[in-house]
Write a protein that binds this ligand. Structure first.
Ligand code: AMP
Ligand code: ZN
Length: 269
């Protein structure tokens, strides 16, 4: 079972032809998915550093930080810590509240946009060639469905084992080594290896549309989820043909789809 998982991840990595010299920055949340990601990339001999965004959400964040510190210590991997309060002046809870008083957005949507913005910026600073996250088969099928139900199927163009805006040197490609692995298998793997991880869910993930989809998806078989991903990949090849113009945010200078990036759009009043 564990060997099968390892083999599948190896195949995924060979698909994206990563070389072992380029630095990969692994985004560690403190949870099982990113722990398995960093463990396997390390086991396979990639050149790694890790980053954890300390969201300063009380005890939960403290537990996450302890877990990633232990994990990186065990593996001998350099850990970079981004303290959101020091860097952005507030905890994620307060940032979110200030955004929500202006705009009606869900917790997870806000947090996701902010984390992506931070990871891209920090990866560039650390001269990483790639960012690796712990996204898995269940996450990816949820996102695929979510985008369709939101009426924005074109957003699925950002999906895939590797996400990149071709030709944009300010955008660091994100890779998802666990793209084809169901969450249940990752959990088993993390438990067997006794990784120091937090199994509790983020306390703020309460009102998310994604949670509704997750509940619905529990009824789907692995095969059905794999079929959804296959559709998503077919879709992706079509969308990628329409070359998009690369823009930089007028406010922060980060790569953006529009004049202002999603992050600055959120934070401006
Ligand atoms: P989530 O959206 O919380 O399911 O997280 C998806 C992936 O994003 C995780 O597997 C991590 O790779 C990354 N991630 C989430 N939270 C953090 C964090 N606080 N610091 C660094 N990376 C994170
Ligand atoms: Zn911006």
């Amino acid at each position: 079972m564990n060997q099968k998982l390892e083999q599948k991840v190896k195949e995924t990595l060979s698909k994206i032809k990563l070389d072992k010299k380029s630095k990969i920055l692994v985004a560690l949340s403190g949870g099982k998915d990113s722990a398995v990601t960093v463990y396997l990339l390390h086991k396979f001999g990639y050149h790694l550093e890790a980053i954890h965004i300390d969201l300063k959400m009380g005890k939960y964040s403290k537990n996450c930080l302890d877990a990633v510190e232990k994990l990186c210590n065990n593996l001998g991997i350099k850990l970079n810590i981004y303290d959101i309060r020091k860097e952005m002046g507030n905890s994620m809870c307060n940032i979110r509240l200030s955004v929500q008083s202006e705009k009606s957005l869900k917790n997870c949507a806000i947090c996701g946009v902010i984390k992506k913005w931070i990871l891209n910026k920090e990866a560039r600073k650390l001269r990483a060639r790639y960012i690796a996250t712990g996204h898995h088969l269940d996450d990816e099928t949820q996102t695929f469905l979510l985008n369709i139900l939101k009426g924005s199927p074109e957003l699925n163009a950002n999906s895939g084992v590797i996400t990149k805006n071709i030709g944009d040197k300010k955008f660091i490609p994100r890779i998802k080594p666990l793209f084809y692995i169901p969450e249940s298998e990752i959990k088993k793997y993390a438990i067997t290896h006794k990784f120091p991880v937090i199994y509790e869910k983020c306390p703020c993930a309460i009102d998310s549309y994604r949670i509704q989809i997750r509940e619905f998806m529990k009824k789907l078989s692995r095969k059905q989820k794999e079929n959804l991903i296959k559709n998503s990949e077919k879709f992706l090849t079509k969308i990628k043909k329409e070359k998009k113009e690369i823009k930089y945010c007028e406010i922060c200078g980060e790569p953006a789809r529009n004049k202002v990036c999603k992050m600055c759009e959120l934070l401006r009043k």
